[in-house]
Each structure stands twice: as structure tokens, then as C-alpha cells.
Design a protein around this ligand. Structure first.
Ligand code: TYD
Length: 244
């Protein structure tokens, strides 16, 4: 029976370089690259609802929709790969729910934690040959730390292109579920949020990182990409070997 794969999440504010670093880390580990929201066909629809301008879910509805996306992601992508011994790197995970819906929108953290646990439950029946825990949470969460006012350099085209190929530092990566979205040419609701919301989210991420040091690790996200990538790799290796 193979050992299960490792599940690693990159978290951070928009413009932290998280998406690029997730791709570089996945490449380095030979891992499956995934994301929340939107890594599955159902998740693609939920992503449009959540980030597009057509619907404005209430905070609770928003939390439930992100939870639905996560449940589908785990059932359809994460559990199966981990069970086969493949590592999975995800661009965002449960930390974003706590930071955005909890610290940002003001929903109670304990209620969100219960929702996250429910959404992250191992699928039933579990994948064959599995050695998966009952609740599938990332083994390591990397919080990419950039100052709140860090200039956003990424392209507005980030959501565009069915099964898009991202050319990152010469590496061609296929991003799961990155299908065309009407949010392609505009900021999404979260990017356009007011500065107090952004500040609460930013502080929320730092609190979450400090509160769960056995799982979370803060990595300096400033400076050139290769240097950040090196720090991310070291931090993940340290956490996985249990000595960081
Ligand atoms: P995305 O376009 O993937 O942007 P980013 O490059 O910033 O990751 O947008 C995802 C947005 O969804 C982002 O603003 C954070 C938000 N989000 C939540 O509010 N809660 C969640 O649980 C998740 C996974 C994401």
C-alpha cells in the first residue's frame, strides 16, 4: 500500500504571488496543482457565482457556497490523488474561509470551523487503498506574507482560458478547472472590497498563522520570484519533516 500524498495549501492576500508560487511548488514536488474555488466543473459554476457580479450572496450563503466548492474539490480531486500517493498543492483552502468570511465578513469562526470540517470530510466510500484521515485538511499551509499595500502586478486575465496553460518562469502548468469566466476582465468582489475589509482579512491571515504553528508557516513573499520559491520550498520541507 502506498503512503498517501501530502496536501499543501498556499494562502495570502490577492497580489501576494500565491498563484505563481503554488505552481512553482507543484512543479518542484511533481504535485497536482489545484485551487479553490473552481477546481471542478461544479466548482467552476460556483466560482462564477461567488466572484462574478451577477449574484451577491449573503455572508452565510457565501460561506456555504465556498464550502460546497471545497467539498466537491476534496471529493473529486484531492482525496483520489492523495490516496494514490500523489501530492496536491492548492491555491487557497480553508484559511481563506476563515480569513475572508470570518475576519472579513464577521461570521463566527467556530461556526465556520464546523462548516470547514463538514466540507472537508473524507468521501464515502473512500478511494481504494486510501490512508486518509476522516477530515482532509492541508498538512501544511504556507502564508505568503506581503505588505497589504504591495502593488498588484498580476494580470486581469487571470481567470481566462479553458484549462489554461500558465507560463510561469518558463514552466507550462495546467491549472485544473481554470475555464473561461466572466470575471476575466474585471476585479472580483473581493479585490474590489473596501480597505477595512482588506485589512481585516490581512490581519486574520496573520492571526490564523500564529494560532496554528504546527500546520501554518509564514513565508516572506517579497523580493524576486526565485528567492520566494526557494523560501516556500524550504518552509514546506521543514514542516513536512516535522521540525519547523
Ligand atoms: P481568485 O480569483 O482565485 O483570486 P486569488 O488570486 O486572490 O486567489 O479569487 C478567489 C477569491 O475568493 C479571493 O478573493 C478569496 C476568496 N475566497 C473566499 O472568500 N473564501 C474562500 O473560502 C476561498 C477559497 C476564497
Amino acid at each position: 500500500m502506498t503512503d498517501r500524498g501530502r496536501y499543501i495549501a498556499l494562502e495570502g492576500w490577492e497580489g501576494s504571488g500565491k498563484t505563481t508560487q503554488a505552481a512553482l511548488l507543484a512543479e518542484h514536488l511533481g504535485a497536482v496543482l489545484s485551487r479553490e474555488p473552481g477546481a471542478t466543473p461544479l466548482g467552476e459554476h460556483l466560482r462564477e457565482v461567488l466572484l462574478g457580479a451577477d449574484y451577491w450572496p449573503s455572508p452565510r450563503a457565501e460561506a456555504l457556497l465556498f464550502a460546497a466548492d471545497r467539498a466537491q474539490h476534496i471529493a473529486e480531486v484531492v482525496a483520489a490523488h492523495l490516496a494514490q500517493g500523489r501530492d496536491v498543492v492548492t491555491d487557497r483552502s480553508y484559511g481563506s474561509t476563515l480569513a475572508y468570511q470570518g475576519y472579513g465578513r464577521g461570521l463566527p469562526l467556530d461556526e465556520l470551523r464546523a462548516l470547514i470540517e463538514y466540507a472537508s470530510g473524507r468521501p464515502d466510500p473512500p478511494p481504494t487503498g486510501h490512508r486518509l484521515p476522516e477530515v482532509i485538511l492541508p498538512d501544511v499551509v504556507v502564508l505568503l506574507d506581503v505588505p497589504l499595500a504591495h502593488p498588484r502586478t498580476r494580470s486581469r486575465q487571470k481567470n481566462k482560458g479553458a484549462k489554461r496553460k500558465d507560463d510561469i518562469d518558463g514552466i507550462q502548468m495546467t491549472l485544473l478547472g481554470a475555464e473561461e469566466s466572466h470575471t476575466a476582465l474585471q476585479g472580483d468582489k473581493f479585490e474590489d472590497a473596501d480597505s477595512s475589509f482588506r485589512e481585516r482579512v490581512w490581519h486574520g491571515f496573520r492571526d490564523l498563522c500564529a494560532a496554528e504553528p504546527e500546520r501554518w508557516v509564514l513565508v516572506d513573499g517579497t523580493g524576486r520570484r526565485p528567492g520566494v520559491a526557494e523560501r516556500v520550498r524550504e518552509a514546506v520541507a521543514g514542516k513536512l519533516s516535522g521540525d519547523a
